[in-house]
Design a protein around this ligand. Sequence first.
Ligand code: FNR
Length: 415
Amino acid sequence: MKSDRSLARSVMFPRVVNISDLRRLAKRRLPAVVFAYIDGGAEDEVTLRENSRAFSDVTFRPRQCVAVPSCDLRTTVLGTTLDLPFILAPVGFCRMFYPRGEVHAARAANAAGTGYILSTFSGTRLEEIRAGTSGPLWYQLYVPGGRDVAEATLARARAAGYSSLVVTIDTPVSGMRERDFRYGVRPLLGGDFWGSILHVWQFVTRPRWGIDYLTDGAPKVFPNVELPGIGAMPCGDVGVILEKTIVTWQDLRWMRDAWKGPIVVKGVHTGDDARHAIDAGANAVIVSNHGGRQLDGVPASLRALPEVVAAVNGRIEVLMDGGIRRGGDIVKALCLGARAVLVGRAYAWALGAAGGPGVDRAIEILRTDVVRTMRLLGCPSIAELDRSYVDAPSEWFADRYAGSEPRTRPTPVRM
Ligand code: FNR
């Protein structure tokens, strides 16, 4: 494995100027199958593309001749103050991108003063992630082993100091990610490295990755899903596993009882579902379409954000993710009412490109982008961003909720 210093050099300016450069380097280091898993979306990838494209529908309205010598990027999410208005999203199978990938990503988030969300589909024990960082950690829940198994995991997460639970609701089945089939992602995700060797050319051309992956033990289990009498759940076919993880609003109620901290519902697209989430006891929702990996044809997350913000009407916090590749994208989402955003591929590519130093670099790129954008806008603080700093298509704000209460501040989280 390369040293951290040489990895950091490999992602320095001017070799890496933006997130797209990290994507290019990930493509160079990873076998096609792993790159396809990170990069791909469902079916025709319309939603995947729309997620990023929609940001160009929103334009800035800067205030000139305003001196902004420094910018305050701090924001408070569910009672925790973060130094940055973005959090690292739950991304499964990070050890396929880089040895002990989740540990590196969590450390990088912590070093930058922000939070990390650990996916159920991670290959590292949640306690080990906690031991490697003192920063804010949230746990993302799928329920592949059923309710009792999930409750045992929640008890472990709580004991380890994870502060919030993220419940992903947009995976009743796996989206049809065609690149996964073409490149042999399924056997690899199922822990069957040799099964995916059918696509041997991908590995022959990336021997360095192969050595790293095998040295890391070619992880084959989800250590945070402990099945009675079996132990850690074997990876298996993710499509089949996801079908067992369907979450209903009814389930949200037992989760509310089982988890004493804040609950965040991830995968909301509409005002109606945001209201269901509030009724089920959620403290926040994430407007998300899973990075265009589930139902192709839903609108970009940014496009869905105003409807959800209006429906929530300040009762709980609203976050969003999908398509964020630049700090300017983050600023636009905050102007449209998101309290903070999540980034997925922006750091997953970075991890695949250069491990921990790659993620440090991705975070730094986004952070400096946000500062520059704020200074160009003439806005000194994240807390002051609002709709007056942007123009967005008027139909995004069509008043479906005429007669609702005026917007109020979110109520404080009770634990
Ligand atoms: C994801 N995402 C995801 N979400 C989740 O709730 N649990 C998970 O295990 C995963 N796994 C996962 C793997 C990979 C490779 C990607 C790219 C994404 C979705 C993720 O949390 C987030 O919603 C999207 O990544 C946001 O879109 P961008 O930032 O990738 O465009």
